[in-house]
Design a binder for this molecule. Structure first.
Ligand SMILES: NC(=O)c1ccc[n+]([C@@H]2O[C@H](COP(=O)([O-])OP(=O)(O)OC[C@H]3O[C@@H](n4cnc5c(N)ncnc54)[C@H](OP(=O)(O)O)[C@@H]3O)[C@@H](O)[C@H]2O)c1
Length: 243
């Protein structure tokens, strides 16, 4: 049995992931943006999921989630699921929050990051992470390229940690929209498996429907991975080091 923290679990794939964890006898720590969002997951809390709350668009909100998670303790894996498709919070929610949780939540030896096939269209320019002025706005594809590179880089910095990126397919959640063509019931299966399997699969891969796939060339480039880590450390003031 594993204890898994799932971010952004008030709806969509995160909610389905928590339900699958509970169905399979695991412990789930369910993250939602704020306490009001917990009304949508009352059924999961009644089944034993433990709530943590915080706005991942802000540094303070993310640190609050870290503090709540570390107070609970015993977290074996984190599924970095929370995400936005556009807008000014794209960098913070899709990239900075997963990075900070990876650096600061104590205990987990598995991290699963929600990527997307759209990462292939991202700009391999780590400077976007640290550009605060008007310039090229960070897009969804860029954010998913960075978080996929983070997933590949983590085991190089934290050798005891298994780390994966998952493309869940284009599925009909709020983000995916009602006409998304892929099967929603499969959308959480790979990240659930990677977070809980008793024999963890080889670390560092990019996965889709329980198969490893080849990600963007930059993801496999250790120089780019290091640029992303350096930019994240500079932007957040926190360096990824073994705990
Ligand atoms: N659906 C797809 O086709 C698809 C395809 C590829 C990748 N993905 C990825 O899969 C993940 C889950 O997506 P989904 O389709 O389930 O999307 P969704 O239904 O829109 O759910 C996104 C979740 O993230 C949370 N979230 C967003 N901003 C937040 C913030 N500032 N603080 C805390 N929580 C925040 C949302 O909370 P609220 O409900 O409170 O807003 C919600 O629980 C995302 O990372 C997405 O990029 C999805």
């Amino acid at each position: 049995m594993a204890c898994v923290l799932v971010t952004g679990a008030a709806t969509g794939l995160g909610r389905n992931t928590v339900a699958a964890l509970l169905d399979d006898g695991h412990e789930a720590v369910l993250h939602a943006r704020h306490p009001g969002r917990l009304t949508d997951v009352r059924d999961l809390l009644d089944r034993g999921a433990v709530p943590v709350t915080g706005d991942l668009a802000t540094h303070e909100g993310t640190l609050s989630v870290v503090e709540q998670a570390n107070t609970l303790g015993g977290i074996d894996a984190v599924i970095h699921n929370a995400g936005v498709y556009d807008g000014p919070d794209t960098l913070a929610v899709n990239v900075l929050a997963p990075y900070l949780l990876t650096c600061l939540v104590t205990g987990p030896d598995r991290h699963v990051y929600l990527s997307s096939s759209m990462h292939n269209a991202g700009h391999a320019d780590a400077g976007l992470i640290d550009s605060r002025g008007p310039g090229l706005p960070l897009g969804y594809s860029d954010s998913k390229l960075f978080v996929t590179a983070l997933a590949a880089a983590v085991p190089r910095r934290l050798p005891a940690v298994h780390s994966f990126a998952v493309d869940p397919g284009w599925v009909p959640t709020r983000m995916g929209g009602p006409s998304a063509p892929d099967d929603l019931t499969l959308g959480h299966v790979t990240q659930f498996h990677l977070a809980t399997a008793s024999d963890p699969d080889a670390t560092g891969g990019y996965w889709h429907h329980q198969h490893r796939q080849t990600p963007h060339r930059a993801v496999r480039d250790e120089g780019f991975q290091d640029e992303v880590l350096d930019a994240l450390a500079h932007r957040t003031g926190i360096t990824l080091t073994p705990r």
